[in-house]
Design a binder for this molecule. Structure first.
Ligand code: GLY
Length: 339
């Protein structure tokens, strides 16, 4: 639990307390200072398997953009993962609707939101980026585009997700269950013996020193049909600035959108904040603006800078992330948290 005293302290901070420039963070311990050494990081424990797929590309001097796309394919295709892609928990109407976005080292980006029936929304997002003059396609328009591009229409509602949804319906109020992601840090089993793991956000730097990122999710379980979270919104769920670094987020997307969270993290890194400190400041903005809401929700940020330094910070305990580089192939790290 977050103490009232800590929240009051947080809300009393002012902008003047934020000092920019590397000197302000002299106590910060750098995880890595190797320039142009490939690295991939991603949210939650399931990031380990996703990173392994991305590493296959990075270790062969492949492009970070290809690595993040292939990396997040792993949880997207995993039927046991109830918060990403196939097997994702549906909205309150029983429909699995997926959000995803991708961003490359040149500032190009693509996104899909509320996409149904396509197992790899991240690849549709990439084609939005590469084959259309647009950044974002939603709903039936995104599906139409995906089918035109040769993607196969599939049923993404697995029997166990359907069972969980039917169980939820028994007591459901006709409103989104906003705290369902809160169960991540005090894990209560969701109906149907599932946990809601939340979004995968992945950031990679390749051997050429270029950065890319991807973010993909089925969103908040049992959300209102049409609800879109932070994950497909450039600047909220993901942002990459090749000269500076990248950031991605997980948790209750509404609060991330309100604070344009990932863009904020990158801009703070541009000002000299190390990744963890930048993530922490983005978390603190959420807490300061809505201290009562923040007590009840989880939001976490993960960041990677151009030097290959990484860091994360979350409101609540329990947010983990996975790191894969030349030294560590599987490392899973618990992010520091406010609670
Ligand atoms: N962060 C995922 C969502 O809110 O949809």
């Amino acid at each position: 639990m977050i103490s009232r005293r800590k929240f009051l302290a947080a809300t009393s901070l002012t902008g003047a307390s934020i000092v920019t420039g590397n000197k302000s963070f002299s106590n910060f311990v750098e995880q890595s200072t190797i320039l142009n050494s490939p690295i991939v990081i991603s949210t939650w424990n399931f990031g380990i398997a996703a990173n392994a797929a991305a590493w296959e590309i990075l270790k062969n001097k492949g492009r970070a953009l290809d690595a993040v796309e292939k990396g997040v394919h792993v949880p997207e295709a995993d039927p046991t993962n109830s918060s990403v892609g196939y097997g994702g928990l549906p909205d309150r109407d029983g429909r699995v609707t997926l959000d995803a976005c991708i961003m490359d080292d040149l500032g190009n980006c693509g996104s899909v939101a509320a996409l149904e029936h396509i197992i790899h929304p991240i690849s549709v997002a990439r084609l939005v980026m590469e084959k259309t003059p647009h950044v974002m396609l939603v709903g039936s328009g995104a599906l139409q585009f995906a089918l035109e591009q040769g993607f196969k229409k599939e049923n993404l509602l697995t029997p166990s997700s359907e069972k969980a949804w039917k169980q939820w319906l028994k007591n459901a109020k006709y409103q989104p269950e906003i705290n369902v992601e809160n169960r991540l840090f005090s894990p209560t089993k969701l109906p149907g013996n599932q946990y809601n793991h939340d979004t995968i956000g992945m950031l990679a730097m390749d051997a050429a020193g270029n950065l890319s990122g991807a973010c993909t999710t089925s969103g908040m379980a049992y959300k209102m049909h049409g609800r879109v979270g932070d994950s497909p919104i450039i600047g909220a769920g993901l942002y990459v600035e090749n000269e500076v670094g990248g950031a991605t987020s997980t948790g209750v997307g509404e609060e991330v959108i309100r604070n344009v969270g990932s863009f904020l993290v990158v801009e703070l890194m541009r000002q000299g904040y190390p990744p963890e400190e930048a993530c922490k400041e983005a978390v603190m903005r959420i807490i300061r603006k809505k201290p009562n809401t923040a007590k009840e929700i989880q939001v976490g940020f993960l960041a990677l800078n151009k030097k290959g330094q990484y860091g994360a910070y979350a409101i609540q305990r329990g947010f983990s992330y996975a790191v894969c580089d030349g030294n560590n192939q599987k490392l899973m790290v618990k992010a520091k948290s406010y609670s």
